[in-house]
Structures are given as C-alpha cells and as structure tokens.
Design a binder for this molecule. Structure first.
Ligand code: SF4
Length: 371
C-alpha cells in the first residue's frame, strides 16, 4: 500500500483529446523508456512490430527512444479521431511511461506518492484555474498499480527528516493567505524559508515548531511584512530583470530604449492589471501558484537551499506575470486569454531546458531584485 497525496481537482480530471485537439500528442518531443521500447520490439506479428519500431531512430543520452513525429508535427500513433492507436489496439499497458503519466507529475518519498497535474494540459488548466475555492488536498492509501514516470525524492528530503511535509505545506499555506496581496504572500514565503533554514541548521526544534504555529495562525506573514518590507517589488529592478530574462529566453531586445518603453507600458498598465487581474481573479492566480509549488516539489525542486528554491519559484512566477501584463496591454484579458498566456509560457518553461537554467543563473549572479 502507498499513501497518495494529490489536489482534490485531480480526481475530477479526465483526459479528453477531442477537447484539446490532443495537444500533448503533437509538436512535443516524446522519448519512450527502454522497457516500453523492448515491449515494442518483441511484438508480433512482424509487420506491426516493424511499423511501430520504424518511428524510433535510436537512443538519446538518457537511454530513452525519441519518437519521430510526422511532417505536420503529429505523433505517428495519433489517429484522426484524436485517440492513440497503441492504446486503442493494445491497452494502456502498451503506453510508454511518459504517455501513461502525462499530465501527472509524480514524486515518490518512501511510501508516499505526491501527484499533481501540469498546466500545459488545457483540460487540467481549465479545471483548476476555473475553481473559486483554494487548492485542497486528498490523502488516501491504495495499491500502486503502475508507477509510470516519477522522481524519487526520498534522499533529497532526507536532510529534514519528518519535517519535509510541514515545510512543504507551510509554503502552500502562505500562498493561500487571502488577507495579503500575491506579492506579499511571495515575500513572506521567502522570509519563511530563510527563517526555517536557520532554525533547522541551528538544531532549534522548539523554535521551528513555534515558527510553524505562527504560519498556521497567520502571525508569521504579518510579522514578516512589518519587520522587513512592505511586500512590494522594486519597479526598475523588476523591469530590468524581465528585460534581461526575456532577452535570454526569447531574444527580445535589451537596451536602454527598450527599458524606457517597458517603463511606459508598465506605468500605464500595471495599476489596471493589478486590479482587474491580480485582485479580481485572485483565486485563479493563487491556485496556479499553489499548484506549481506542489507540482514542482518546492522547496526541494532544485539543489539550491530552501530559500534559494523559494526565490526561483518567485522569479518564475514574475516571468509569467510579466508575460500576462504585456498581453493585457494589447487588449482585455478574459478567462480564455489568461489560460492561453499561462499555456504559452508554461510550454516554453517546460519544454526548453535552458529556461530554468537561465532563471537560476540569473539569481546566482545578481541575487535577484526581490528584496
Ligand atoms: S493529457 Fe491533456 S493535453 Fe493530453 S490529450 Fe489528454 S486532455 Fe489533451
């Protein structure tokens, strides 16, 4: 038996290629795991095996087998009716680990399995981001049927023993504090991990316990804001960072003239953006952030410290926020357009290995603009 922990909305998710046009079966490079490839190589009859194996041209550096897409970008096994030929003919067991798993991201910590859904799946995004209430979690024990594609985080969280779950939950708790603006939540998130890290390093378990209590009672955020910062980000630092990151990510211009133009757009647009999107659609963005935090397994997503992870998380969000801000300068943002903006950037960050490296390097080199 394994303990599954997943957000409640995930239980309502049903993959439906006819709704999204089989979004994940086109344009994305998919590499099949060696176990599945072996299964294909042993199939009978021979002509079916040759037809299937003919779409693989060799092993990549990770030992997987990339599928060659058709000229129009479709997966060769995607049928006209948007169903997968392999699944239709041979059942789910014949899907590769990645096809079986997507859009689920799965982490294993001993006998605990945490799962959530990637927002690059339009059906999952609509389901989560359309809900008003905060992200809530389900915990249940059941037999593990098939593992699929998963990351084993057992060693990574081992440094914090039993506390890793409290450390993860506290981050989500802080993001869901609706008394505060999103920027203030993000500020207190960073403060929390810095404080938690120093207490744990000092072996101060009483202090750590009190810190968790203060997070739960809502005291921590208010005190952090009072003590350090009003929870606002420096405008010029923010724009400068975004300009440099969009230059690195998309080749967008990066010079004084561009900075001046961005400042103009920002001054005109940000107050409207903050009110009409960030405030009025608070639940959408809060749920996006809470899901991302859990989905990427923060504060352990990257080798950096917990505070370092919090900074990466915040900067990734700021990149998303900036893209949405720029879109909003071109016209009204209804629910569909917000989803489109989130979808485009999520795809960029998920499918461009360089994107997160650039964000992390930027933070390492500059210390960021955040505090
Ligand atoms: S997983 Fe999501 S993107 Fe892929 S076919 Fe199903 S609904 Fe569409």
């Amino acid at each position: 038996m394994v303990t599954y922990i997943y957000p409640e909305y995930m239980g309502r998710f049903r993959c439906d290629g006819t709704v999204c046009g089989s979004r994940c079966c086109r344009d994305w490079s998919v590499a099949v795991d060696p176990g599945t490839y072996e299964k294909y190589r042993e199939m009978e009859p021979e002509d079916v095996r040759d037809e299937i194996c003919g779409w693989f041209s060799g092993q990549d550096e990770k030992g997987n087998y990339p599928v060659r897409l058709r000229e129009d970008g479709r997966c060769p096994f995607l049928r006209e009716d948007k169903l997968c030929q392999l699944q239709k003919d041979y059942g789910e067991e014949f899907l590769s680990d990645i096809c079986y798993s997507y859009p689920r991201m799965t982490y294993r910590i001993g006998e605990i399995v945490e799962q959530s859904l990637a927002m690059s799946c339009p059906v999952a995004a609509r389901l989560l981001l359309g809900q008003e209430g905060p992200l809530r979690f389900v915990e249940e024990e059941r037999e593990e049927q098939r593992r699929g594609w998963q990351f084993d985080m057992t060693d990574k969280v081992g440094q914090h023993g039993e506390d890793w779950q409290d450390l993860q939950s506290a981050g989500i708790w802080l993001l869901q504090d609706r008394r505060l603006t999103l920027d203030q939540c993000l500020f207190s998130l960073q403060s929390f991990y810095r404080r938690a890290e120093s207490l744990l390093e000092a072996g101060d378990s009483m202090g750590f316990g009190k810190l968790l209590e203060d997070v739960e009672s809502g005291e921590f955020s208010l005190r952090a804001l009072e003590e350090g910062h009003e929870g606002e980000f420096s405008r010029t630092g923010y724009l400068h960072t975004m300009m440099e990151l969009f230059h690195a990510l998309y080749g967008a211009p990066s010079d004084e003239e561009r900075l001046g133009a961005l400042l103009g757009i920002y001054e005109g647009q940000y107050p409207i953006f903050a009110k009409q999107l960030l405030q009025e659609r608070r639940s959408l963005f809060e749920n996006y952030l809470s899901n991302e935090f859990f989905l990427r397994f923060y504060p352990y997503a990257y080798p950096e410290s917990m505070e370092g992870n919090a900074r990466i998380f915040v900067l990734s969000w700021k990149v998303m926020e900036f893209a949405l801000l720029m879109m909003s300068a071109q016209g009204d943002m209804d629910f569909g357009k917000i989803l489109l903006g989130i979808d485009r950037l999520t795809e960029r960050l998920d499918h461009n290995r360089d994107a997160m490296r650039i964000i992390r390097e930027y933070l390492r080199e500059t210390g960021g603009f955040l505090m």
